[in-house]
Design a protein around this ligand. Sequence first.
Ligand SMILES: *Cc1c(COP(=O)(O)O)cnc(C)c1O
Length: 448
Amino acid sequence: MTKKILLRDDEMPTSWYNVCPDIPGGLQPPLDPETMQPMAPEKLAAIFPMGLLEQEMSPDREIPIPEEVMEIYKIWRPAPLVRARKLEEALGTKARIFFKNEGVSPVGSHKPNSAVPQAFFNRREGIQRIATETGAGQWGSALSMATSMFGLKCKVYMVRVSFDQKPYRKSIMQTFGAEIVASPSPYTNYGRSVLERDPDSNGSLGIAISEALEDAVTTEHTNYALGSVLNHVILHQTIIGLEAKKQMELAGEYPDVIVGCCGGGSNFAGLAVPFVPDYLDGKKIRFVGVEPASCPTMTEGKLAYDSGDTGGMTPLLHMHTLGHDFMPPGIHAGGLRYHGMAPIVSALVRENIVTPLNVHQMECFEAGILFAKTEGIIPAPETCHAVRGAIIEATRDLNEPKTILFNLSGHGLIDMAAYDSYFAGELHNYSLPREEIAESLKNLPKTS
Ligand SMILES: *Cc1c(COP(=O)(O)O)cnc(C)c1O
């Protein structure tokens, strides 16, 4: 077999897959934080285009990919499916390890899979400007690229700790013409209120979301965009799993185990959910979602209604959460520092379809470095969690000839400061004290 499997143009998926109608037990609707009743779509239309809201609530399993989006996808898609033979050899395992390389996108991660359609649907409905947040900077980079392609303006609220740790992300966003500020910022009421209480705040995704939302609500012709968590984001990301399914078939393989790292859950779900119908038809597949031990949303959080942001402005989502006030430690996998998990992934955990796993930062960097030495690709710090998860699965029983598929959500070439800290011995493991989680869970909104 060749090392790398691609797809011809006529083999490319033409629709995304919407898993929502197939989830056993279904999804709980988002609630309006003011009334605690299911959110009226008209209210959401103040910040999202109808095209995306229809996808968010669609009962259809297949949703066509617009021609204009496909044209841009083809700049880097299909993403290669690769067999990691050298990694297998180094581990001494009989498992066959495949990975889907989303690091080949122009900004180096899976995020443009959703940024491009989000920019497209906003543009189609006459929006001129988008406000968003970014954690590690990957979403901001992806949306900056996508908005520049569709002639939209973009303002990015970037979590302070990443803003300081990752200066080149800023340069990338600037190259695409976006405006970037560190969050908490002095430019929104919410940002000012946080700075008043804590002038040295590290920031968090929850705070940055509040700022971007406030910007979108108070500025004309401006919408808001979210890079993970929501149903329509996961819908767009299914291009990963739909391609992978065809590529695995071309390789004459079918995965026994599917692994991905989870921040808000979009890259993992994007790879995994296209395989869920087969699972429901009786196929044995183990879905493993890997999260950091320092931000253990699925493994230690609670499944409940909570805000997506710190300011309590978003609809309440039914999801695994550590509480919207949760302040994650400043670990280097910035993209995995979010208090909540996508409702789709949370429901799959609830149904025992997805198995959550938490891992420590040090073992992840070790895994990432072994992967780099064997396969030549330096994974993003977030992605190192998926690599670690795949290695755990492959070494559980070295003699079991199972097939593992994991998502290489991005490369780490712009994150070398994180590797520097690791090499300098500055990183350590961080487990969250139970009391701290219990404390932030006290502030969950009361829904009844
Ligand atoms: C953003 C990001 C993640 C985490 O986000 P998900 O929505 O969980 O996918 C993981 N890996 C990379 C490379 C990212 O940029």
